[in-house]
Design a protein around this ligand. Structure first.
Ligand SMILES: Nc1ncnc2c1ncn2[C@@H]1O[C@H](COP(=O)(O)OP(=O)(O)OP(=O)(O)O)[C@@H](O)[C@H]1O
Ligand SMILES: [Mg+2]
Length: 331
């Protein structure tokens, strides 16, 4: 089995471990540095897949002008897995309180990019990262960055729902308990309630925000693994919301779900964007068009080719390759 397969297949386990342990205690070999001395020379040869034209990407295609503030600012991000240059010089401003869709053919680096935003790639031994990712103007790759805090602020939801084999209630309260947000006694003293009440409130609020409360309010002590796939995915979103994030990263969150469960997740994503900054990878172009405010198109070789309002990307892209990809000519 290749290293990539190993890493991918254990991702949910790793995420579970991340929530169960101090993330920055995990061994990390990834580095973020502006030095390029030890970096393999970037390939000058364009790799194409069948159907892609050999066009040169213009810098203005990824300069997205929008009203409002950037929540995340990515500058010259390169990711290498050993000698493989998986992401090439990506710069991108992600607006707050909106949905940003990441699309592109398999292997173009969407998951790699998403994992850079909360330093999940640190856990992949072969990964090396250059460049910067600023969250509210602070580089998350600074040496003194607090990874526990970062992953609270930038939560993640994976393709396959990965609830803990615990009760629905415990799935929600586990993270806040671990982080000491409940059960410390402090909140109880401040609001004059017991921790138990604070926990109940948090569980209800998180489940309501994830549009799951009505379906599970009478069975909070049941094992989460007894929920349907779509319910499990909303539970994972509720678990993410319980730690009070600002950004929610989702990697193909609905690809394992049926159309009804998918539509619930899509509605939820749209609602979440009123309060959170959502970045979502999807293979489903109709889904990207339905739920996102802006869309970034990655193409072969780990290149961000075009980034703009979703409508513009789908109706009138600048890049011929993007147009070909969107119209289904390759990918
Ligand atoms: N853990 C890893 N170790 C080594 N190489 C990896 C690892 N993860 C990804 N890669 C490589 O980096 C490149 C980008 O992979 P990535 O998973 O980011 O693509 P993707 O766009 O998310 O693809 P998909 O749509 O299939 O999920 C691929 O060539 C892949 O083989
Ligand atoms: Mg992926």
């Amino acid at each position: 089995m290749s290293e990539h397969q190993t890493e991918t297949e254990t991702e949910p386990d790793r995420e579970r471990a991340a929530e169960a342990t101090e993330p920055d205690a995990a061994p990390s070999t990834a580095t973020a540095t502006t030095e390029s001395a030890s970096r393999p020379e970037p390939s000058t040869e364009r790799t194409t897949v069948a159907g892609e034209t050999d066009e040169t990407t213009r810098p203005e295609w990824v300069q997205y002008d929008f009203d409002g503030e950037s929540k995340l600012s990515v500058h010259d991000l390169d990711v290498y897995y050993g000698d493989e240059h998986a992401l090439k010089g990506v710069s991108m401003e992600i607006p707050e309180e909106s949905v940003t869709a990441l699309i592109g053919p398999s292997g173009c680096g969407k998951s790699t990019y998403l994992r850079c935003l909360n330093r999940m790639n640190d856990r992949i031994k072969a990964a090396r990262i250059d460049g910067s990712v600023e969250l509210d103007g602070q580089n998350v790759y600074d040496d003194n960055a607090n990874l526990v805090e970062l992953r609270k602020r930038v939560g993640m939801v994976f393709q396959s729902p990965n609830p803990f084999p615990k009760s629905i209630r415990d799935n929600i309260s586990y993270g806040p308990r671990k982080h000491g947000d409940i059960n410390t006694g402090l909140l109880s003293r401040l609001v004059g309630r017991s921790d138990k009440e604070a926990e109940e409130k948090l569980v209800e609020r998180s489940l309501r925000d994830a549009a799951l409360w009505d379906e599970v309010s009478g069975r909070l002590d049941d094992n989460a693994l007894g929920l349907s796939g779509g319910q499990q995915q909303r539970l994972c979103i509720a678990r993410c919301l319980a730690t009070d994030p600002e950004v929610i990263l989702m990697d193909e969150p609905a690809s394992a779900l049926d159309p009804i469960a998918t539509s619930k997740i899509e509605d939820l994503i749209t609602d979440l964007a009123e309060e959170y900054t959502v970045v979502v990878v999807t293979h489903n172009m109709q889904q990207a068009a339905r739920i996102s405010d802006q869309t970034a198109v990655f193409l072969t070789g780990g290149e961000l080719v075009e980034y703009d309002d979703t409508e513009k990307i789908f109706e009138n892209p600048e890049s011929q390759r993007v147009e070909d990809y969107i119209s289904g000519k390759f990918g």
